[in-house]
Design a protein around this ligand. Structure first.
Ligand code: CUA
Length: 319
């Protein structure tokens, strides 16, 4: 697990060099332009120091060089140059901000809420509620509003957008966009407690047609399970305190504490990226969530093997 996390974190940092959206490209360009300015400053300062060392090296019997105290021209020049550098960096930064951040708080296409330790995504225009896997249509800048249910989190998709803090009760906004269909890695980049390291998410960019298809499939209520095992699983789910935290559209479960499970089986990952979403991993998760993701808010219900089998059968129907 730890190695997986280190691998993903390194991948996230390296992805900064592979921008895949107008916003990420603008920031990458700012990084390059600033680096060039800094490299020139470094070369000039280091060059001047080396020149002075060589040129004024002390030799046996030589008098001290001419001493200078105060020179108005030099002082004006060495004040004006840093001012010009700061103004240039400010202008470049302002240009980048105008590309990466919405000008004012727009009506969001997407509301993303950080939780310890997963992400909730709500699409206010359609009513879709997703968790950890955020679908977007390609080629369109989606305005995202951020909030947090508990502590500070930070949303970061290195190939698509800048980092943005999810602050409880203080909405922040960015644009997010992807040039091409694909799956883009996201991480939480603000320490937020035990499982901060496992607060991964995926941005899944699709063609507008596929995105619309996904959105309408997510709006469907959960289908009634057909098999006996799955029906028993549904009954067990509705009777236990699962329903105090989770929602499954079409059942008695409507709580908003944990992830919405209406389309649980359509997700790729479990526990905000800690394991793949397979029946075996779900079994392990239900048997003892703390063993899969120590610190996770999901308690250990001490389900029997039979009960776990029923629950797994039910959750696998939630496509
Ligand atoms: Cu959420 Cu770190």
């Amino acid at each position: 697990m730890d190695q997986d996390h280190i691998r993903l974190s390194v991948a996230a940092v390296l992805q900064v060099f592979d921008p895949q959206s107008p916003q990420a490209r603008a920031m990458f360009r700012l990084g390059l332009e600033s680096s060039v300015i800094f490299a020139i400053i470094f070369a000039m300062v280091a060059g001047a120091v080396v020149y002075a060392l060589m040129r004024y090296r002390w030799h046996e019997g030589e008098p001290d060089p001419r001493q200078v105290a105060g020179n108005t021209t030099i002082e004006i020049v060495w004040t004006a140059i840093p001012c010009a550098i700061v103004v240039a960096l400010f202008a470049l930064t302002a240009r980048t901000m105008s590309v990466s951040d919405p000008p004012a708080a727009p009506a969001p296409d997407l509301l993303v809420i950080g939780h310890q330790w997963w992400w909730e995504a709500r699409y206010p225009k359609s009513g879709v509620v997703a968790a950890n896997e955020i679908h977007i249509p390609v080629g369109r800048a989606m305005s995202i509003e951020f909030d947090s249910a508990d502590v500070l989190h930070e949303f970061w998709v290195p190939r698509l957008a800048r980092k943005i803090a999810a602050v409880p009760g203080h909405p922040n906004h960015i644009w997010i966009e992807a040039d091409a269909p694909g799956t883009y890695l996201g991480v939480c980049s603000e320490f937020c407690g035990t499982e901060h390291a496992w607060m991964h998410f995926l941005i899944i960019a699709e063609t507008p047609a596929k995105f619309a298809e996904w959105e309408s499939s997510q709006l469907l209520p959960a289908s009634k399970p057909a098999g006996l095992e799955a029906r028993k699983g549904l009954a067990l789910f509705e009777q236990t305190s699962c329903v105090s935290c989770h929602a499954v559209n079409g059942t008695v479960a409507g709580a908003r504490v944990g992830p919405d499970l209406t389309h649980f089986a359509s997700r790729r990952e479990l526990g905000a990226g800690i394991v793949e979403n397979t029946p075996d991993n779900l079994r392990r998760w239900l048997k003892d969530p703390q063993q899969v993701k120590p610190g996770a808010k999901m308690p250990d219900f001490k389900f029997s093997g039979e009960q776990i089998g029923q629950l797994v059968a039910y959750f696998e129907t939630l496509k």
